[in-house]
Design a protein around this ligand. Sequence first.
Ligand code: SF4
Ligand code: SF4
Length: 167
Amino acid sequence: MNLPAFYKRARKNKAALTRFLKKLEDIVPEDFPPIVEEEDKKVWQKVDCTTCANCCKTMTPTYSKEDIQRIAAHFSMSTAAFKEKWLMQDAESKDWVNTSTPCQFLAADNRCSIYEIRPVDCAEFPHHHKRPFDDYTETYLGNIDRCPATNLLIENLNERVEREYEW
Ligand code: SF4
Ligand code: SF4
């Protein structure tokens, strides 16, 4: 993944993709769910997360109580020691998040060193599978200039809907 090229593209298409996602909050084109499925499959044929890891490098997951218990146990640590070593509580949301980026569990080969027991938030990222898709426009708005997969999906959906629908 060429991240500088991605950032350049994301700067260029941000306004158009934001317009599309905002419109999607009000109008959902007919037959939208199967279009999302088709376009998402195409995205994952092109994007390989192991050459990117931009989410792990630049963002933090939120850790649920269960995530913290599971991962702390893996390291034979108490949850208090685990929090003390790696986490802080977000002032506004009160969510437990990483103290620093890149994530401490990101290995040198761009893979997650705790993949099998990673936070549920990581396992669900970039949330393309969530339904109804148009309920997650705020999430995608926050990620279109961070996640190449989300940017490509929203770009493809925008092009396809503009081409095939009058809305
Ligand atoms: S989910 Fe998005 S940001 Fe994370 S590694 Fe995959 S393409 Fe990159
Ligand atoms: S726990 Fe793993 S998947 Fe989640 S941000 Fe850290 S390195 Fe990435």
